[in-house]
Design a protein around this ligand. Structure first.
Ligand SMILES: [Zn+2]
Length: 244
């Protein structure tokens, strides 16, 4: 086990060196230990080309806020806008999201948004797609990597308190599905529960976490859901009644 741990540390250091050499140091759980399965699922094949977003949206493709990563094209941004992302935290409106994309973190930029919400707030999928990897590491804590339906983008949800029941690698998800709950796992401050939400362009042949990041700040098309519905009240005693 000790040899395996040493190898993992060496791999992590190598991955961090590669990330740093790309100019943007991604603050992601790249070294996270997958929950299930032990090996991350391979990325699905990329779509040959994204459909034009023309006619899909009621307004023009937003301008990217902050520096744009190498390898992210206008076409990529148009395709991301066509996905019509929703704010992935319940109760959070677009105008309440603060842009922490360029915040300085560990010698690089944050390259993600921190969406503050009370611990246990439902985290919902920002887009349709497939869950590709689950992680539980010292940086991102309990985290989910998911792709859009065409595997053009990777969405990273980190610091979760826990996963939603049924979340598993390979599971197809729909925009708005509850996939986890806001928490402080990993290196998040214990008194500041939040969702670390990152969007990356999928990098062919590379790991889930190594694609160039895109600031989703201006690409949300809908708010998070209103405050979650209260849990159904379960009567203490069930009257003389049976399931149909
Ligand atoms: Zn963050």
């Amino acid at each position: 086990m000790r040899g395996r741990a040493a190898r993992r540390v060496a791999l992590c250091r190598a991955a961090l060196r590669r990330a740093a050499s790309c100019g943007l140091l991604l603050v992601v759980a790249a070294c996270g230990r997958p929950l299930t399965p032990l090996a991350p699922a391979p990325l699905p094949a990329a779509a040959p080309s994204a459909p034009s977003p023309a006619g899909v949206n009621s307004r023009r493709v937003p301008t990217h806020a902050g520096p744009r990563s190498d390898g992210v094209s206008d076409d990529d941004l148009a395709a991301l806008w066509a996905r019509q992302l929703r704010v992935p935290v319940d109760g959070l409106r677009r105008d309440q999201v603060r842009d922490s994309y360029t915040a300085r973190r560990d010698g690089g930029i944050h390259a993600a948004l921190d969406l503050l919400a009370p611990r246990g707030t439902p985290v919902r999928a920002a887009d349709d797609g497939t869950i590709g990897r689950l992680a539980d590491g010292p940086v991102g804590g309990i985290a989910i990597y998911a792709s859009d339906p065409e595997a053009r983008f990777v969405y990273y949800y980190a610091h979760l308190d826990r996963l939603a029941v049924g979340v598993a690698v390979g599971r197809r998800i729909a925009k708005g599905d509850v996939i986890g709950y806001v928490g402080t796992t990993g290196n998040a401050p214990r008194d500041t529960p939040h969702l670390h939400f990152q969007v990356m362009k999928r990098a062919a042949g590379r790991a889930w976490w190594s694609g160039p990041p895109i600031n989703p700040m201006t690409f949300f098309a809908s708010d998070g859901a209103d405050a979650p519905a209260p849990a159904p009240r379960i009567p203490r005693s069930v009257p003389d009644w049976s399931w149909p």
